[in-house]
Design a protein around this ligand. Structure first.
Ligand SMILES: CN1c2c(nc(N)[nH]c2=O)NC[C@@H]1CNc1ccc(C(=O)N[C@@H](CCC(=O)N[C@@H](CCC(=O)N[C@@H](CCC(=O)O)C(=O)O)C(=O)O)C(=O)O)cc1
Ligand SMILES: N[C@@H](CCS)C(=O)O
Ligand SMILES: [Zn+2]
Length: 777
């Protein structure tokens, strides 16, 4: 059995690994480009890990008490776990080396594909903007202890004088996040393989114990979510079996099971009864638990510092919550509610943030400071931290009273909203008006908005930001790009054109920069997937639109062509989901403010002669609450915000929307309720399954399933696209079908984009000829 080790009184669940200046991104991309070697990449990563440990210790986390989590990853923690347990899908078995493991190149190939073999699917990590690689597990998947990175990184830390705490995705969550292999029989669930997986985890724990690890963190957010498609009773049973099995090992480190992203609810008694030593609760999302049998012998790790948002918050309230647990458990420690992966590094590294706003914020490093303060309060008593609690209280009061936090004009407008503001005419009336006004061919072809963001475009934006390129010159450069994109689409023969979004650094940040109520960062990068990052904006005040945002770009594009140009906006829910949003009022109130600003933009686009407007809502699914009890209310306000943004237009103006990610499940109803005239969805990787679901649900509006996956440079051939279109036509009528790629052309190069779009247009012509002959167009 394990020897008793005290859990550190202050810790965090994980730390950003991309680097303060995105050093890891740059090193990984250089390795992919072949300009550096694997050894050089390993050396950069080791330096980064060393810097992180020193920084965390400098901020006050203990060097030798397991307070510092070892949470590095070159790409993704689920992919790391997959490699650790040897669950490499058969199509990649040729990459496995003689020692049974993958080298770095092989590891990245699973994430990115290799031309012949498609990469692992990627999907959202719980309700965050982080994406993980989806393992494929079948009845025949062979598990083996195939990697030792986690042990080597622990030893690397030890050699530098640190006793760190290795972090692993727990076995239940790993299987809950996996999908069944294509050949798995109906009814198979990856969770069925738990008994076969547990011995591998046992092996890892033994090796870590042998290496000297005192604590290991198993992340089990799967225990919190009710949206992973497995009955709750099975999740609880699996959690019980896993913790019983691992807890009863003869040789293992002490086990800390962390449950971020929500409350454990009925999973808490399961963990409380299990032979593990510490339980991590998300007390930002979840409330303080009742006294529960079994907790009295355990450490409760109170996740009272929000790992998912950037507010400095009410530190005294956080302290009271943590201190209030002391009667429930043998020992109480303080932590973040989630890994700090979701927040930027350091507020003091933001030269352009107003000092007042900066004082209201806590990024990763400031949150560690907060954890350390509260831990001191727990050990030395609250008097010892009075100064820090008072400073946080003063900042919070200043925030509440600051001009702009409540804007009377914005509040009056939202208060005056009436049901009619949310609804358009009946769909058949709109279709008739749009058919007459737009005169589009059958199976209209279009794209989802962005075109490749070339290095030139990004460089011009960086130069403009640094003052090296004037506003006029910057505008000229963007207009030149728009002209190139319009000319290209004309040559390709697309029917509904887009301006290409060259002026956007990011589809949310760009709008945040142009709306009142938001602040943006310079160095606030947060990993979105792999090497890709975003700089989420900070929505701190009431939102309004000081001036039109996209009208100039869209009307310029329209002036270059007789074909219709689709206006292109990001929807209210996505703007909220991909920003750090104020926590002092309900999200639904903030969503209405953003929706009204967008409604004004759409009205201006319409007045300027733009006849189709796309309002992207790729994050509609992402913000869906993990708990079923919260989902209905969410869908009500999120769909309402979209309708508020879009319902002000004439019948003849065609509203499009776009949603990423194919596993829609519960949001299929929401798609119908959005009442957009045309909805484009990512579908290529799921081979149109979602279209069948929509068809079966009686969806009657326009639908544009993506016909090729833009996540790799592979060019789809014409036959393949014809096949997908025919598959779509098997379940939905031709009059509803639009033809478009999946979203995100901004991440591709021009060569493959042009070749792919040419094949799409050709495939559409072939299908039009075939279907037209049978239906008499
Ligand atoms: C659609 N997706 C998005 C999500 N969230 C968002 N906020 N935005 C999204 O688009 N979530 C779900 C998905 C996730 N997908 C992606 C896809 C692609 C990226 C991505 O490519 N990110 C870029 C950074 C984009 C950006 O902000 N660019 C800026 C800054 C460019 C830059 O790095 N400049 C250099 C200087 C350049 C020079 O001088 O030559 C610098 O600052 O050092 C811009 O265009 O201006 C990435 O590189 O990771 C993210 C999520
Ligand atoms: N209009 C955006 C949507 C991405 S979700 C694009 O095409 O990149
Ligand atoms: Zn998308």
């Amino acid at each position: 059995m394990t020897t008793e080790h005290a859990f550190p009184t202050g810790t965090i669940l994980g730390y950003p690994r991309i680097g303060r200046r995105r050093e890891l991104k740059k090193a990984v991309e250089a390795f992919w480009a072949g300009t550096t070697t694997a050894d050089e990449l390993e050396a950069t990563a080791a330096n980064l890990r060393a810097d992180i440990r020193s920084r965390l210790a400098g901020l006050g986390l203990g060097r030798t008490d397991s307070a510092i989590p070892e949470s590095f990853s070159f790409y993704d923690q689920v992919l790391d776990t997959l490699c650790l347990v040897g669950a490499v899908p058969p199509r990649f078995h040729h990459l496995i080396g003689e020692d049974g493991s993958l080298d770095l190149a092989g590891y990245f190939t699973l994430a990115r594909g290799d031309g012949e073999n498609s990469p692992l699917e990627m999907t959202k990590w719980f309700d965050t903007n982080y994406h993980y690689m989806v393992p494929e597990i079948g009845p025949d998947t062979v598990f083996s202890l195939a990697g030792d990175r986690i042990v080597r990184e622990f030893e690397e830390a030890a050699a530098a004088g640190f006793l760190t705490r290795p972090v692993l995705v727990g076995p239940v969550t790993f299987l809950l996040l996996s999908k069944p292999t294509d050949s798995a029989p109906a009814g198979f669930s990856p969770l069925d393989r738990l008994n076969d997986l547990l011995p591998i985890y046992a092996g890892v724990l033994r090796r870590l114990a042998d290496a000297g690890a005192e604590w290991v963190q198993l992340d089990e957010p799967g225990a919190v979510s009710e949206s992973l498609g497995v009955p709750r009773s099975q999740v609880l049973g699996a959690l019980s079996r896993a913790t019983e099995t691992l807890g009863r090992l003869a040789v293992r480190p002490s086990l800390f099971v962390a449950a971020p992203y929500g409350s454990l609810d009925d999973a808490l008694p399961v963990l409380a009864a299990a032979p593990i030593e510490a339980i991590g609760l998300d007390l930002v999302r979840g409330s303080r638990p009742e006294a529960t049998a079994g907790l009295a012998q355990k450490t409760l790790v109170a996740g009272v510092i929000d790992g998912h948002n950037v507010w400095r918050g009410d530190l005294a309230a956080a302290f009271a919550t943590a201190a209030g647990l002391s009667g429930h458990a043998a020992h109480v420690a303080v932590s973040t509610s989630t890994s700090l992966l979701h927040v930027p590094h350091d507020v003091t590294d933001e030269p352009e943030l107003a000092a007042e706003l900066a004082d209201w914020l806590a990024f990763a490093d400031q949150k560690i400071g907060q954890v350390v303060t509260l831990a001191r309060g727990l050990t030395e008593g609250s008097d010892a931290i009075q100064h820090e609690l008072a400073a946080a209280r003063t900042a919070l009061a200043a925030r509440t009273a600051a001009p702009g936090v409540a804007d009377p004009a914005v509040r009056a407008r939202t208060a005056a909203l009436a049901p009619a503001d949310f609804n358009r005419s009946a769909y058949p009336v709109r279709v008739a008006a749009q058919d007459a006004a737009l005169g589009l061919p059958e199976l209209p072809t279009t794209t989802i908005g962005s075109f490749p963001q070339t290095a030139d475009i990004r460089r011009a934006r960086a130069q403009h930001h640094r003052g090296e390129l004037s506003a006029v010159d910057y505008q000229e450069r963007m207009r030149a790009e728009i002209k190139r994109v319009i000319d290209l689409q004309e040559q390709l023969g697309l029917d509904v054109l887009v301006h290409g979004e060259p002026e956007r650094n990011d589809m949310v940040q760009y709008f945040a920069e142009n709306l009142d109520g938001f602040a943006t960062t310079v160095n606030g990068w947060v990993q979105s997937y792999g090497s890709r990052c975003t700089r989420p904006s900070i929505l701190w005040g009431d939102v309004s639109r000081p001036a039109p945002i996209t009208v100039g770009w869209s009307t310029y594009a329209q002036s270059l062509t007789k074909k219709p140009v689709k206006g292109m906006l990001t929807g209210p829910v996505t703007i909220l989901a991909w920003s750090f949003v104020r926590d002092d009022q309900p999200l639904s109130d903030t969503a209405r403010q953003v929706a009204l600003a967008l409604r004004d933009e759409i009205a201006d686009l319409e007045t300027a002669g733009i006849t189709l407007v796309q309002v992207d809502e790729p994050a509609l699914r992402e913000l869906l609450p993990l708990k079923k009890r919260d989902q209905e209310a969410y869908l009500e306000w999120s769909v309402g915000a979209f309708k508020l943004a879009t319902a002000g237009v004439a019948d003849a103006t065609q509203i499009h929307t776009h949603l990423c990610y194919s596993e829609f499940g519960v949001v299929i109803d929401a798609i119908r309720n959005l009442d957009a005239d045309v909805t484009s969805i990512e579908a290529a990787r799921s081979r149109m399954e979602v279209v069948a679901d929509l068809g079966a649900s009686g969806f009657s509006h326009g639908i544009g399933p993506g016909v090729y996956d833009i996540h790799s440079p592979r060019v789809p051939d014409t036959d393949e696209v014809v096949g997908l279109l025919e598959r779509a036509l098997a379940t939905i009528p031709a009059r509803q079908l639009w033809v478009n790629p999946d979203c995100g052309l901004k991440t591709r190069g021009y060569d493959e984009t042009i070749a792919s779009l040419a094949n799409i247009v050709e495939a559409t012509q072939l299908v039009r000829a075939r279907v037209g002959a049978s239906v008499g167009w």
